[in-house]
Design a binder for this molecule. Structure first.
Ligand code: AOF
Ligand code: ZN
Length: 352
C-alpha cells in the first residue's frame, strides 16, 4: 500500500529524520544496509530514535524501542505509537532476532516503512507478518530517498553486482595526465600512458579519500598501478579503507609497487579482459560497491560496457596540460546531480 495522498507533512518530516539517523550508520554497517527508526506518539512528537550502528549490531528498531522504554515517561506498549522505519522490519533470524516480532510483541499498531527489504530472506515477509498481527503497515514513504541511501545494498540484492562509481580528475583542458614522452610533444598526441601528474588540490584529494571510505572496494588498471604507484588507501579521512583491486593484463606487476608491497589486506588481481567476471568476483566477496579510479583505459572499458552507476569528475580549473592522456567522455545517460567547488577544483557528480 502506498502512503495516502496527500501525505501528511508531519509523516514526511518524521521519515526524513529516520533517513538522517540511518545515514549515521555509514560504512560501519557494511554489508548490511543503513537503517533508521523514529517512534512518535499519535500527535507526531518524537519519543525515541535509533539506527543500525554497525554490522552485527542491533537493528534500528531494537535501538529505538530500547530508547523508548528507557524513558522515565515510557508508554506501557507500542499501542497508539507510530513507528517510522526506513527499511521494512526484518522477519528472519540473522545476527539478531526478527524486528517484526519485536514490534508485534510490544503491541505495535502502526508502522510506516520507506521501502521493502530486497533481501530475499525478508522481501515483504516483515510487512506481511506485522499486518497478520493486526498492525497497520504503510510502505513507500520517501522510498526513492531510502533506496538511494542504500543503493549499494539494493544493487547487490537486486542485480547481483556491485554499485559502480567511476571517478577521474582532469585538467581544465580535459587531460588525465601529461604525455609520457617529455616535451616537445606534438599537439595531436593522445597517448594512453601518461606521466604521473598531480591534478587535484589538497581539499579535493581529501574528498576522494572520504569517497574511498564510502565504497567497499577500489579498482585501478595495471597501467595506473605501474605509472602512478598509488596506495589506494583512505589515510586522509576516518573510516574503513576499501579493498584494493587491480585489473591486470598479461604482464606481471613489479612486486615493489605500493599495492603489492603493502599487501595487508591483500590487493586482489582481476582479469582486465573480462569485466563481468571481475564484477562477479567482487559480488562473490560480499563487496557491494567499487570506486573505479582509472586510468583512461579502465574507465573507458567500464563506460563502453555500460557498467557504471555514478560518475564523479574533479576538474582543476587553473591547470592546462595541452597534451597527454585524454579524459573519458561523459556518456549521454549521465545526469548532473550536483557540483561543488573546492578551491581550484570543480567537483561534478553524475548519476543515471
Ligand atoms: C531491519 N533493521 O536496522 C537492519 C535490517 O544479520 P542481521 O540480523 O544483522 O540481518 C541483516 C539483514 O537484516 C540485512 O541483510 C537486511 O536484510 C536486514 N537489515 N533490518 O529490520 C535494521 N539493518
Ligand atoms: Zn531487523
Amino acid at each position: 500500500m502506498m502512503p495516502p495522498y496527500p501525505i501528511p507533512p508531519t509523516d514526511l518530516l518524521l521519515m526524513r529524520r529516520a533517513l538522517e539517523l540511518a545515514a549515521l550508520g555509514g560504512p560501519a554497517t557494511r554489508p548490511n544496509p543503513q537503517v533508521g527508526c523514529v517512534i512518535a506518539d499519535a500527535a507526531g512528537n518524537i519519543l525515541a530514535e535509533g539506527w543500525h550502528r554497525r554490522y552485527g549490531g542491533p537493528h534500528a528498531e531494537v535501538e529505538a524501542v530500547t530508547a523508548l522504554f528507557a524513558r522515565p515517561d515510557a508508554p506501557s506498549s507500542l499501542a497508539g505509537m507510530r513507528v517510522f522505519v526506513t527499511l521494512e522490519p526484518c522477519a528472519h533470524h540473522g545476527k539478531t532476532p526478527p524486528c517484526a516480532d519485536l514490534l508485534i510483541r510490544h503491541g505495535a499498531t502502526e508502522v510506516v516503512v520507506a521501502t521493502l527489504d530486497p533481501n530475499p530472506l525478508v522481501g515483504g515477509r516483515g510487512a506481511a507478518r506485522l499486518r497478520a498481527a493486526g498492525c497497520a503497515v504503510t510502505v513507500g514513504l520517501l522510498a526513492e530517498e531510502a533506496r538511494w541511501l542504500n543503493r549499494r545494498f539494493f544493487s547487490a540484492q537486486e542485480r547481483a553486482r556491485p554499485w559502480v562509481v567511476l571517478k577521474w580528475a582532469q585538467s581544465a583542458d580535459g587531460f588525465l595526465a601529461a604525455a609520457a614522452a617529455e616535451p616537445p610533444v606534438p599537439a595531436n598526441v593522445t597517448s594512453a600512458v601518461g606521466r604521473p601528474t598531480a591534478i587535484s588540490g589538497e581539499a579535493a584529494r581529501r574528498l576522494v579519500h572520504r569517497w574511498r571510505t564510502e565504497e567497499a572496494a577500489i579498482l585501478v588498471g595495471a597501467t595506473t598501478a605501474r605509472t602512478d604507484n598509488p596506495r589506494l588507501d583512505a589515510r586522509y579521512w576516518p573510516g574503513p579503507a576499501p579493498v584494493r583491486m587491480v585489473l591486470t593484463g598479461t604482464r606481471a606487476l613489479p612486486p615493489n609497487l605500493h599495492l603489492l608491497a603493502y599487501n595487508e589486506p591483500e590487493t586482489l588481481l582481476l582479469d582486465g579482459a573480462d569485466l563481468p567476471a571481475a564484477l562477479a568476483a567482487l559480488h562473490a566477496r560480499g563487496l557491494h560497491s567499487v570506486l573505479v579510479e582509472g586510468g583512461a583505459r579502465v574507465l573507458n572499458s567500464f563506460l563502453a560496457a555500460d557498467f557504471w552507476d555514478e560518475i564523479r569528475v574533479l576538474t582543476n580549473s587553473t591547470l592546462r596540460l595541452h597534451a597527454g592522456v585524454t579524459a573519458p567522455q561523459l556518456p549521454p545517460a549521465a545526469r548532473l546531480l550536483r557540483t561543488t567547488r573546492l578551491a581550484d577544483d570543480l567537483v561534478a557528480e553524475y548519476r543515471r
